[in-house]
Design a binder for this molecule. Sequence first.
Ligand SMILES: [Zn+2]
Length: 471
Amino acid sequence: MSRRFLCSIIGAALLAGAATLPASAQDYSYHAYKNNKERYAQTLGELLDAARADLRVEIVVDANAKPFLEQKIPVAPWKYWADPSLRLAYLLAPLDLTFEKTGENSFRVYEPWYQNRPEDEAAAHLERAKARYADRESWEKRRDAIRATLLKEFQLDPAPKKTPLNPIVSETRQHDGYSTTNVALEIFPKYWVCGTLFRPTEGDGPFPLVVSPHGHGKEGRFAADQQYRAATLARMGAVVFAHGMLGWVGDTPLKIDSHRDPISGGIQTWSTMRVIDYLTSLENVDASRIGITGESGGGSQTFYASALDERITVSVPTVMVSAHFYGGCPCESGTPFHSRLGCITNAEVAATFAPKPLKLIASKQDWTKNTPTVEYPFLQSIYGLYDAADRVEYEIFDEPHGYGKSNRGALYPFFAKELGLDLSRVDESKVTIEPMEAMTPFGPNCEKYPEGAVRTLEELRAAFEAAKSAE
Ligand SMILES: [Zn+2]
């Protein structure tokens, strides 16, 4: 009997045994594992407990990841990794969970975050991009491809037909150095966007223009920080339009499901473009000076619109230009856009604005914390291709994610410089914070909402498609 044949018999016997004998949790042999992986399946909760005990580390599981703790992962109990990061990476990969190191010996586990890349990997992406786009020709090829891809993924190619905006304009309210007027615009037939127009009441004009999209805060465009920003810019000499996101609080019978649909990114960007159509149609304004700024989701809207609407001359995306995070809402990352062209980061989207003046306002407490070492050097490199490295700048504060006082304080001098506004008129104590009821063109319960306008996500989709196919 040959040695090889003998081995086969032993192997067959082992296989037969594995298939028929009851599984023993103590059998850590290769053959036992090979023939019945499920024998060693443990819940994620058990595996994390073992890691805590073995490695003496703290592992906190975020509330959104807790439902995964009961799921089983086929990991042999004797498999051992001494490096906590490596161990967590292996344990979490089968469930697509993510984690971050929160301290010397502490970690936090999160739900699957497909809009997130490992920070090191995202930084390496921008380093490669810096080397690859070392001349204007190669960068402009990439820039044009990014713009075309964004238009396509946002379903704006072909764009809807530009139809009359049919503005519904409320009475104007007078404040200290500025006025407010509610305006509703029919962005495409049957779809209305509401906003408040903040206008200077001193100075002769023509006045520069500012579009002011809001982030995903609960109070939307009515929040005090949004009103401080818009009113102060108006007091400084700009005509400002602060409009609402799709399906957000206060202005529409559309429910939040219409915002949480990928259609929202394109419709919101189209809305911003149409808001610019409206602003440039007003009397005594200067259409050659147009700024845009917003925070978080409004920051995403800021760089998307800045990439696609050439009329914008100065851009301040706040707490959102990040190489490793694309935004968690469908209006930001609800399409495959970021996975196209070998992966597109939001730093590259912001860079499409070069060489026009751009300022990043960042927070040490969110995904823009690496701005000084990652996103800003990349943008400088792209602006440098136009001998304009001094036209991109950043400021970073140790303050929570949002458009707080420090962030607004960083905005005003930049817009004063780039739009020709009067910095001496910055005084937020002069701003009147109005209640939502005063700022909605259709009334607090949408009682004046136009007849026949869209009320559901399905009607919105149909109206958008009809607008795009209109001759
Ligand atoms: Zn959103």
